[in-house]
Design a protein around this ligand. Structure first.
Ligand SMILES: Cc1ncc(COP(=O)(O)O)c(C=O)c1O
Length: 303
């Protein structure tokens, strides 16, 4: 379900009135940055998971894109998110802040326009459409290459970057897979269309280095939770065949949470079902987001 209320440029309005004029440069050129955040029911009330980190990345994304001034500080955006969540009165929900180029910007510069900002909320939905946590996803290696970081800014959640994700995921699903894994321009594994990737091999977790990926907040959460569980974690270059011989592969992201991969390019991964390490990380993750993990106090903002 969509929100009833949307926060836009500092005002809370009816979502039906939250429209963007056709003549908006951000819409024509993909010049916008966004976040994807989740809030969960916790014993202390509805809690937003790692809100400050998301709003810091939101500011970093617009800084990377080249906006010289943010209309609102990180603290103001945190308050904007909390008030939008409160106004809508949902339980578990997905939160979408967006900043876009408006009031000009037609000559292909940021400086001839101004950033506008909005925050809206959806009632929670299952993102990757996984059949069940045990079964895992059927993934393929995409025919599309991930952006080279000298061409597109992969550390920024820029809307235009997602053309690459949309093409890869559409192709994957038309070929009967659930999700696509993208390689970089050198042929090494990067991430999925909207989630980071981990390989489990001989009891160790390996994830691609941050060079050409979005530095996921869930990726960071998983690293911490894995270390808490005594599992070694390493950032290392992974080739396509590393995926095929992994004991387990899982993907993670705010929307996706933690999801096992059962097969890649038709080859079963490990036993072909979500493996024990993925299940342990998934369980720790759900405990953390629901406010019941020793780390939760640092990670959950009660709205
Ligand atoms: C391309 C891409 N990689 C990774 C992620 C995971 O990031 P996070 O864990 O911060 O949601 C996302 C989701 O935002 C994404 O769009």
């Amino acid at each position: 379900m969509h929100s009833r209320f949307t926060w836009i440029n500092g005002e809370m309005i009816d979502t039906a009135q939250a429209t963007v004029p056709f003549l908006t440069a951000g819409f024509h050129y993909g010049i916008a940055v966004f976040e994807g955040i989740r809030a969960y029911q916790t014993p202390r009330g509805l809690g937003v998971f790692r809100l400050r980190e998301h709003m810091q990345r939101f500011e970093d994304s617009s800084h990377i894109l080249g906006f010289l001034e943010m209309p609102h500080s990180v603290d103001e955006m945190i308050e904007a998110v909390c008030s939008t969540v409160r106004a809508n009165g949902f339980g578990d929900c997905y939160i979408r802040p967006l900043l876009w180029l408006a009031d000009g910007g037609w000559n292909l510069t940021l400086d001839s326009g101004r950033p506008h900002v909005a925050v809206t909320v959806w009632e929670e939905s299952v993102y990757l459409g996984q059949r069940s946590p045990e079964q895992g996803l059927k993934a393929c290696v995409s025919s599309f290459t991930r952006h080279h970081p000298a061409a597109m800014m992969t550390k920024a959640k820029v809307s235009g970057n997602y053309v690459n994700s949309v093409m890869a995921k559409t192709e994957a699903q038309r070929r009967g897979f659930d999700e696509a894994i993208l390689l970089d321009t050198q042929g090494y594994v990067t991430e999925c269309t909207g989630a980071n990737l981990f390989v489990v091999r001989k009891g160790k977790l390996v994830t691609p280095p941050a060079d050409a990926i979005l530095e996921g907040i869930t990726r960071d959460t998983v690293v911490t939770l894995a270390q808490d569980l005594g599992l070694p974690v390493q950032e290392a270059t992974l080739s396509r065949d590393h995926l095929y011989v992994a004991d387990e592969v899982f993907v993670c992201g705010t929307a996706a949470e933690v999801v096992g991969v059962s097969s890649i390019d038709g080859r079963p991964i490990g036993a072909g079902v979500t493996g024990p390490v993925t299940r342990a990380i998934h369980e720790a993750y759900l405990t953390a987001v629901r406010g019941a993990h020793p780390r939760s106090d640092d990670w959950v903002t009660i709205t």
